[in-house]
Design a protein around this ligand. Structure first.
Ligand SMILES: NC(=O)C1=CN([C@@H]2O[C@H](COP(=O)(O)OP(=O)(O)OC[C@H]3O[C@@H](n4cnc5c(N)ncnc54)[C@H](O)[C@@H]3O)[C@@H](O)[C@H]2O)C=CC1
Ligand SMILES: O=C(O)[C@@H]1CCC=N1
Length: 272
């Protein structure tokens, strides 16, 4: 039998995670969601056929697993509302909020609880997600296995031993899809500027990302070797790669990931 899971917050990521669970034949009646925004609540209930209420306490009560999928900015208030119930029921606490630490969650919920912090990403919607997971010392082997089972329904799971690195995971794979979309956007725009029709630019750019990603995942070759194979001596790719390198792409990527990591740390401080 599947454990009862309470989703606190039914926004984009909760929807992707629930979609993944349902695709794996997880029992619908074991999932309940608390969501205050009426259109989101009604859409979730009608499209996924699950119970969605506007009451965090009612949804959480009696659930073995509480999965917090609200924004970091509201997490402390939401935890305060559930503190008494958390101490009475001692659920397994899961959170996908960027920046908010397991120690913060545990203390806001009254202390002494098993907490798993997970950083998913939006490809979870297609079962192609990447999840970094960190467990605090209260989480036992069975709870770890349960957390992993739930998130495996949405994609790959990697355990992170040092919680400080969860902000790096957020900067890499949590935010990462947006970097890929940005590069795709910029490549399309450049091709259109050279005269390619927008539809052809989109089709060719998108398939280039799909094909390249499949090669990364399936070829067994390193990313460097795959890049070198495209790059003929003194050819067109060499000209473009030289422009990227001379323009400081690697330095820029480091700066971008450093900024995302710093923002994760700041989210923790600002919302304490
Ligand atoms: N969007 C992304 O790519 C990723 C987001 N995350 C994290 O996931 C969390 C949720 O993000 P999204 O789903 O993108 O945001 P979202 O805004 O789509 O979802 C949050 C939901 O929480 C609901 N909510 C607001 N106040 C509430 C309350 N007091 N009680 C219960 N529910 C409440 C909102 O109505 C909304 O539907 C965030 O903490 C974010 O850091 C993590 C990884 C990736
Ligand atoms: O931008 C954010 O803060 C969230 C966390 C990772 C992806 N989206």
């Amino acid at each position: 039998m599947d454990p009862q899971i309470a989703f606190i917050g039914g926004g984009n990521m909760a929807r992707s995670l629930i979609g993944g669970l349902l695709a794996q034949d997880f029992d619908k009646s074991a999932i309940r969601v608390s969501e205050p925004y009426t259109p989101t609540r009604e859409a979730l209930a009608s499209e996924l056929g699950i119970t969605v209420l506007d009451d965090n306490r009612r949804v959480a009560a009696g659930s073995a697993v509480w999965l917090f999928a609200v924004k970091p900015q509201v997490m402390k208030t939401v935890c305060a509302e559930l503190r008494e119930l958390a101490q009475a029921e001692r659920p397994l606490v899961l959170s996908i909020a960027a920046g908010i630490t397991a120690t913060q969650l545990d203390s806001w919920l009254g202390g002494g609880l098993p907490v798993v912090r997970i950083m998913p990403n939006t490809p979870a919607l297609l079962g192609a997600g990447a999840n970094g997971l960190f467990a605090n010392a209260r989480v036992d082997a069975a709870q770890k296995a349960l957390a992993e089972r739930l998130f495996r329904a949405t994609g790959l799971c990697t355990w992170i031993a040092d919680e400080a690195l969860m902000d790096t995971v957020t900067a890499l794979s949590g935010s990462g899809p947006a970097y890929v979309f940005l590069l795709c956007e910029a490549m399309q725009a450049a091709a259109v500027k050279q005269g390619l029709p927008a539809e052809a630019a989109r089709d060719l750019a998108v398939q280039t990302f799909v094909g390249a990603a499949r090669m990364l995942a399936e070829s067994g070759e390193s990313v460097e070797v795959l890049r070198q194979r495209v790059t003929s001596p003194n050819g067109t790719t060499h000209a473009a790669i030289t422009a990227f390198e001379d323009g400081g792409l690697r330095r820029l990527v480091q700066t971008a990931l450093d900024a995302a990591t710093a923002r994760g740390i700041a989210l923790s401080r600002e919302n304490d």
